[in-house]
Design a protein. Sequence first.
Length: 73
Amino acid sequence: MSFENAKKQITGKPVKLAKFLKHNKPKDRKSGRSATPCRRCGRTEGVITKYGLAYCRQCFREEGKKLGFRKYS
């Protein structure tokens, strides 16, 4: 059972919900792969953060020209 489905089932019970969230909520990431999502599509893998872009590689291929990047090879 996923986190969201389990959370929906106990929304009417505030004490159980508080305990469930305390022990089961996803960890807040400060570093690593899941810390920076793509600002366009929300993907967390393959994100380019150089120059403050925060685009995944797929979105960067589509948006790079508009941002002023050129392909040299």
